[in-house]
Write a protein that binds this ligand. Structure first.
Ligand code: AMP
Length: 282
């Protein structure tokens, strides 16, 4: 496995691979890798000849009062984990390499970025779409892998690829969870033991929604109320939003019907966590 830090070098290396007609699978990450990231890499390893992982904590997707500085970074450990699952290249550029001067060109995606997390993190998806576009242009992958854990991000990238005619297959991968149900996230590192325990209520509330819908509940308000009630029992958890919406357009629904996204964000102590589940209402 090669660790490359410059755009020039990764371009040259991948040009050689493309000349040999190798297919390229790409996984953009912010590092601090865990089993969730590894699931994306293992799938890419199965699908593609060459697997490229980027590790870049992208400043343009963090708001001014968010955790850009504090975000956990550990390239050495990340490299060991990536190598173990058969990654061929890590692209780990410095900020100056990706943004040598003020960025004046941004990729803005309408509507689906204005709801859920986008409503609470105003320029977040603009930063994500811009950096992913830059990385796509650098790596030029055939396949790119994104986790359903960040479901809205996956839909935003899929829509961007469609709208801009990108010749890249965007593949979504199921959320990997800890044994007790907590969705894996690099930000789980911030949680102290009490918060870690309290955070469980998030996946529990999604399971509750799943059970209710399975038992035939179609009333969206009833499901939301039951989930909110459960979450509010945890004093360390402060719900930011809870939404039940169409799984493709992310638009609000009147009742639970068809493929439905149940998504939430909450502060656990100072840590902002997100989670979601896709349900099938009849
Ligand atoms: P991040 O490093 O948080 O930007 O995540 C990089 C990629 O890994 C994104 O596509 C995430 O959706 C995905 N990812 C993060 N956590 C998980 C998880 N628990 N299960 C599946 N994919 C994940």
């Amino acid at each position: 496995m090669k660790i490359i830090t410059t755009i020039k070098e990764i371009r040259e290396a991948l040009k050689k691979e493309r000349k040999k007609s190798k297919t390229i699978g790409f996984i953009p990450t912010m590092g601090c890798l865990h089993e969730g990231h590894l699931a994306l890499m293992r799938r890419a390893r199965k699908d593609c000849d060459v697997v490229v992982v980027s590790i870049f904590v992208n400043p343009t997707q963090f708001g001014p009062s968010e955790d850009f500085e504090a975000y956990p970074r550990d390239l050495k450990k990340d490299a060991e984990m990536a190598e173990e699952v058969g990654v061929d290249y890590i692209f780990a550029p410095a900020i100056k390499e990706m943004y040598p001067r003020e960025c004046l060109t941004y990729v803005n995606i309408g509507k689906i970025t204005e709801v859920l997390c986008g409503a609470h993190r105003p320029s977040h998806f603009r930063g994500v779409a811009t950096v992913v576009s830059k990385l796509f242009n650098i790596v030029q992958p055939n396949f790119a892998y994104f986790g359903e854990k960040d479901y809205q991000q996956l839909m935003v990238i899929k829509r961007m690829a469609e709208d801009l005619n990108l010749d890249i297959r965007i593949v979504g991968i199921l959320t990997v969870r800890e044994e007790d149900g907590l969705a894996m996230s690099s930000r789980n590192k911030y949680l102290n033991p009490k918060e870690r325990k309290a955070a469980l209520v998030l996946s529990k509330s999604l399971k509750l929604a799943e059970r209710m819908v399975k038992n035939g509940e179609k009333n969206l308000k009833t499901v939301k109320e039951a989930m909110t009630k459960l979450i509010e029992k945890e004093p360390l958890v402060d719900l930011e939003y809870l939404a039940i919406c169409d799984s493709i357009s992310l638009k609000d629904l009147l009742e639970i019907k068809g493929k439905v996204l149940v998504a939430l964000a909450a502060k656990v102590g100072k840590t902002r966590l997100i989670d979601n589940i896709i349900l099938e209402g009849d």
